[in-house]
Design a protein around this ligand. Structure first.
Ligand code: TRP
Length: 366
């Protein structure tokens, strides 16, 4: 298979199966020796984190960190402007995102939390990286296509078209070899591998070494089913169907009270035919660490009233310590600012070091 087709292949069933197999093997390796791995992951600071993020990725990041894997977290502020006109209240959002990271249990002593815009050498990697990708590869990326379609006729910005390359710089500047992702991010990871390979093929190694500058990063598929919004659509702030981590217990109860269910009284777990009810069952099951099918059977004729009551209790109980920690952190904004500042210092050192190797490989030694 040519590298060009491999981007499209990344979302096909066969390659999804392959990605799952690779992920399972990585899980075993982590159990044997977590120090072999460096994780890079992150989020766009576009709004508050919600349960979709929590069940889809945050929980998994905390687990990986507790298992002993080094964790780098990019607050992707330059990615905010891929598909919108302004940056919005960016400073607050960046602080809020870092606060959420610590509130859910990511350990600031074991993580590097940094922002794109403060790391010039990371951004400079875009130039050599753009030189090894083709425009047709960029236009073919299915996730970029979908994201562009979701903007409703807005012209595609050059930054949206090339953000997978920027994301490769996020991953490769710190030489991360593991990226925990949902399947929509698989094409981006494939692009990052292609960039690492082609960089080596074209520019070689820094003089005096036979080590490639960049590792080939692997995806770790997060496995868990994704959560829908409370109306059965994709969970997203703009639809008002989320439960944000920072909401109060009362706000959570109100949102859940209004959650869409269906006309059948008996509760079952049947995501295909009863997406809304099953989604409530699943969130509750995740929060209680239980099996959704058993939980649905137990509720049975209790109907959606009982289901919503259980969901509210379980989610509020799970979120209570996260919210308490959040309130503590919010009381001391200087602390979060310090965490980001220190993260940016560490990331800058690493990025400068990597850029020196890149220049050495490219004979740019002046
Ligand atoms: N695009 C990711 C998201 O929207 C955030 C992100 C930025 C990221 N850079 C990354 C994820 C690098 C993984 C690796 O969620």
């Amino acid at each position: 298979m040519g590298v060009e087709e491999s981007l499209e292949q990344a979302t096909s069933d066969a390659s999804l199966r392959h990605a799952l197999e690779v992920s399972n093997k990585i899980e075993q390796k982590i159990a044997e020796d977590p120090s072999e791995f460096r994780v890079l992951t992150g989020d766009r600071p576009t709004g508050n984190l919600h349960l979709g993020h929590y069940f889809g990725s945050l929980r998994n990041r905390v687990t990986l960190q507790r298992r002993g894997v080094e964790t780098w977290l990019v607050i992707a502020d330059f990615q905010v402007i891929t598909d919108r006109d302004g940056t919005g209240p960016l400073t607050e959002r960046v602080h809020s995102l870092a606060t959420d990271y610590l509130a859910v249990g990511l350990d600031p002593e074991k993580s590097v939390i940094f922002t794109h815009s403060a790391i010039p050498a990371l951004n400079e990697l875009m130039l050599p990286f753009l030189s090894v990708v083709t425009d047709s590869e960029l236009y073919r990326n299915p996730t970029v296509k979908a994201e562009h379609e979701a903007t409703g006729g807005r012209p595609m910005s050059g930054l949206l078209l090339t953000y997978p390359v920027h994301q490769a710089a996020d991953i490769l500047f710190c030489k991360a070899n593991l990226v925990p992702v949902g399947k929509d991010q698989l094409p981006h990871l494939e692009q990052a591998r292609v960039i690492a390979d082609r960089f080596e093929a074209r520019y070689g190694h820094p003089a005096g070494t036979d080590e490639p500058v960049f590792p080939r990063p692997q995806a770790l598929l997060s496995g868990g089913a994704s959560i829908l919004g409370l109306d059965g659509q994709k969970m997203s702030k703009s639809r008002g169907n989320t439960i944000e981590l920072k909401m109060t217990a009362d706000e959570t109860a109100k949102r859940l009270k209004k959650a869409v269910t269906d006309s059948e009284r008996h509760i079952t777990y049947d995501p295909e035919n009863r997406p809304e009810v099953s989604n409530l069952v699943l969130m509750t099951a995740f929060a209680l660490d239980r099996d959704p099918v058993e939980l649905a059977e137990e509720i049975g004729d209790g109907g959606s009233g009982t289901l919503k009551k259980m969901a509210t209790e379980a989610l509020n109980e799970m979120l209570a310590p996260i919210r308490a920690r959040r309130a503590e952190l919010e009381a001391d904004p200087g602390y979060i600012e310090g965490i980001i500042k220190r993260g940016n210092e560490i990331a800058n050192e690493r990025a400068n070091e990597t850029l020196r190797e890149v220049r050495a490989a490219m004979n740019m030694n002046y």
